[in-house]
Design a protein around this ligand. Structure first.
Ligand code: 26W
Length: 783
């Protein structure tokens, strides 16, 4: 359609006129975005159709990745990159008087996810399409994505994210593919030819309409589908995304959303499968269904329902097919995040589904009693239904053939502790798949200068085989290469500094160390430890303003769940400290604190390439993997971190010399938990640095103006025995930061470390992760 610049320019101008009825001179940036993106979508359609026809013709096995969240962000830039048209379009637009980067800013983020779990799903889709696997996303088209965060007087205020306001150029509405999802009703059981027949009457029917978005693989040949479902009922099910992560709430609407996704998705899969003309027992050979955490676990009873009630199979055969089709990833061991639905809610909302779950459980417990006749206490621990609660993780494990954790340490904790009984029962079911990130978005697109430098040094093969990034290791000592990586970082820092100035009017020193902590706000992620440490640095500088310290700019970005009171208070604390520090002329040449509002995918793309230091400081054992840690590493930041999640594997690769590791180890933390925690009072009383910052939280009037008191934060540590070990790890955190200050003084050594980190980051490309899922879990062949 447009393989050269002139052809592109001409077609683009024609479309401007035909789509908008405007001549070029009158077009606004928003018009340019709209026309350009619809052109790209149309252009990709040919390969999209071809890909689907190929799948059909070769009866390719399809994997369906079910997720309540797909945090895909913006698509224009990435789609252009993957189609190999980025340069052409940038140049062409420039000649027409438009700046592509500004046009990209016109796109709303598709923020259909909370954080790590949803972003992982988006990275996986990119890798599936690029590696030419037949893998599709299955999700919900929320009208409102994750709330937009505004900071007003230091507090988080949540605004609705109406991302569809300007329309979504990437999607195609498919009313011809609609399905009906049924809720409530009475189940009637009858006998036909000696078989039980289940029929539900008086149900509420909801129509589910799919919207398909193309997922364009790198180099554009291969185009998969992200199918997101919407309903048009009055009390819309797909109205909004729940803004909670790591905190389970048993809300009826959330359960409706989960079943809506599962039922619509499975029905449409079965329909597609049937077009192959194979009998249903071939399902597991042609279909793999993956569930992203327990949120879509109802695919298990829903598939059972279809196989038994609609296809007429017997229980044993249906169960065998289901458990050969479904696989499950666990993303957290936090007990407060594990889903447990009230039985009464299920019974009423999904009566037939509940009957099936009950039957699964009866059979499972019967098997347990036979297997462990002398250990009756095991049955209630493993049971899917526990009193009045349905334990979704137990159902997910029992109903699938593969259970994986998301980093080596996390999987280890699942097998040895959290899911030990299940691991003992099904040792072959458990496996690890360490998370990954797409280097196309997080390096090629977010940091083009660094990508070009890598191309110039080792060629472009690493783009298809990211492990080959280790090739740049040989330049880690090369002063020319060091200077160039340093200059790229400096350029990215200048860009971020001017963004900060534009947004907040604050001038930050672009030559200071950019020390960045961006992720959801949560106790275990310990943003509180970071800000307490900043208070400690501030105290030191106030006492001795001429102290020899490399200037530091601490940058935060974090959304708090609207119902998570303490997390919101920590946001307030960060903003209050920032306000105090930034206007204090005695210290603000050496210390600045910035809170960037509305952390999102597109903001991450601006922030991460500008980081010198990456804060990955969760309480050891709590962060299942982390993926931000990998994005920073890939962009040459050095990590200050605990031995948690995938930090452990980063450390395996780069070693002590190239990371700033501190704090308790996970088994130490878990050991403390088993004995009721540690004596927080002792640390408070014995370390004057700790005591000083803690006391400042509750000193009336300490933070200027209103005499803010942060008693609630103070007590969150002192009266919970410091659940997240903030004070326990404080001294070693201070030390790690001192080491950063020392290291930064030798630019060559710093740059060497940075290059070593970049070199090893290729192993964290989601391409590597997806290859393992494909061969070890899904049994997929590359097309
Ligand atoms: C039911 C409420 C709820 C919602 C979402 C509880 C828990 C979640 C997710 C499991 C939270 C999440 O995003 N977990 C993150 O998943 C990432 C991808 O695997 C990991 O890198 C993070 O460590 C993990 O916190």
């Amino acid at each position: 359609m447009f393989n050269n610049k002139e052809a592109f320019k001409q077609l683009f101008q024609e479309k401007l006129v035909s789509k908008l009825g405007k001549p070029k001179m009158e077009a606004q940036k928003a018009d340019v975005y709209k026309v350009l993106s619809s052109m790209i979508r149309e252009y990709a359609s040919k390969n999209w159709i071809k890909t689907n026809q190929n799948y059909q013709a070769h009866q390719e096995k399809q994997v369906y990745y079910f997720s309540m969240e797909f945090l895909i962000g913006r698509l224009l830039g990435n789609n252009l990159l993957n189609l190999g048209m980025l340069e052409l379009v940038r140049d062409g637009l420039k000649e027409l008087g438009w700046d592509l980067e500004e046009i990209e800013e016109e796109e709303s983020d598709a923020g259909l996810g909370n954080g790590g779990l949803g972003r992982l799903a988006a990275c996986f889709l990119d890798s599936l399409a690029t590696l030419q696997y037949a893998g599709h996303g299955c999700g919900i088209r929320y009208k409102y994505g994750l709330f937009e965060q505004k900071i007003v007087e230091g507090n988080q205020v949540e605004l609705p994210d109406y991302w569809l306001q300007k329309g979504n150029e990437w999607e195609v509405r498919r009313p011809d593919k609609k399905v009906e999802v049924r809720f409530k009703g009475n189940v009637e059981i009858s006998k036909e030819n000696g078989e039980l027949v289940f029929e539900t009457h008086n149900y509420d029917a909801v129509t589910a309409i799919p919207y398909d978005m193309p997922v364009i693989g790198y180099e554009g040949e291969h185009v998969n589908t992200l199918r997101i479902w919407s309903d048009c009922s009055v009390d819309s099910i797909s109205e909004f995304l729940y803004p909670d992560d790591s905190q389970y709430e048993g809300k009826l609407l959330r359960l409706k959303q989960q079943y809506f996704l599962c039922s619509a998705g499975v029905q449409s899969i079965v329909r597609t499968f049937e077009k192959l003309g194979l009998s249903i027992e071939h399902l597991p050979e042609k279909v793999a269904i993956h569930i992203n955490d327990t949120h879509p676990t109802l695919v298990i009873p829903e598939l059972m329902r279809i196989l038994i009630d609609v296809k007429g199979l017997g229980w044993a055969e249906a169960w065998e097919l289901t458990t050969r089709t479904v696989s499950y990833t666990n993303h957290t061991t936090l007990s407060e995040a594990l889903e447990k639905w009230p039985v009464s809610m299920l019974k009423e909302l999904l009566p037939r589904i509940y009957m099936i779950i009950e039957e699964i459980n009866t059979r499972f417990c019967g098997m347990l009693m036979k297997k462990y006749p002398d250990q009756p206490e095991i049955v209630p621990q493993m049971s899917i239904i526990d009193g009045h609660q349905l334990k979704m993780a137990n159902l997910a494990i029992v109903g699938s053939y593969s259970v994986n954790g998301v980093a080596a340490l996390h999987t280890d904790i699942l097998m040895k502790r959290e899911m030990k009984l299940f691991y003992d029962l099904y040792p072959n079911r458990f496996n690890n798949k360490t998370n990954g990130i797409t280097h196309r978005r997080w390096l090629l697109h977010a940091n083009p200068a660094l990508s070009n430098l890598i191309n110039e040094s080792i060629g472009t093969r690493w783009i298809d085989s990211p492990e080959e990034m280790v090739g740049i290791l040989k330049y880690s000592e090369d002063s020319g290469f060091q200077d160039r990586t340093r200059a790229i970082k400096q350029h990215n820092k200048l860009k971020l500094a001017s963004f900060i100035h534009e947004k907040q009017g604050i001038i930050v020193d672009p030559y200071s160390i950019f020390d960045i902590h961006v992720k959801r706000l949560h106790g275990y992620k310990r943003q509180l430890m970071n800000i307490l440490h900043i208070m400690y640095l501030y105290n030191q500088l106030k006492q001795n303003p001429s102290m020899d310290r490399i200037p530091r700019t601490f940058i935060f970005g974090a959304k708090a769940a609207p119902s998570y009171w303490l997390a919101k208070r920590i946001i307030k604390l960060i903003n209050v400290v920032a306000h105090q520090v930034n206007r204090d002329r005695k210290v603000n040449q050496k210390l600045k604190v910035i809170f960037l509002e509305n952390y999102s995918v597109s903001l991450a793309e601006k922030i991460i390439p500008a980081a010198d230091v990456s804060e990955q400081i969760s309480t050891a054992s709590k962060e299942a993997s982390g993926t931000g840690n990998m994005k920073f590493m890939m962009n040459g930041a050095l990590t200050i971190g605990t031995m948690d999640g995938a930090n452990v594997e980063m450390h395996d690769m780069v070693g002590d010399a190239n990371m700033f590791i501190f704090g308790l180890q996970s088994d130490q933390v878990l050991e403390y938990y088993q004995h009721g925690g540690y004596a927080v009072q002792n640390v408070y009383h014995s370390d004057a640095r700790v005591r000083e910052v803690m006391d400042q939280l509750v000193s009336p009037g300490y933070f200027g103006l209103n005499g803010y008191e942060f008693e609630d934060i103070f007590h969150s540590i002192m009266s919970t025995n410091d659940e997240y070990f903030v004070l326990k790890d404080f001294a070693s955190y201070i030390e790690a930061h001192q080491q950063i200050d020392r290291s930064y003084r030798s630019p060559k050594k710093w740059q060497r470390k940075s290059i070593i980190n970049i070199a090893h980051s290729g192993k964290f490309s989601s391409d590597c992760t997806i290859r393992k899922y494909a061969s070890e879990i899904w049994g997929l062949e590359r097309i």
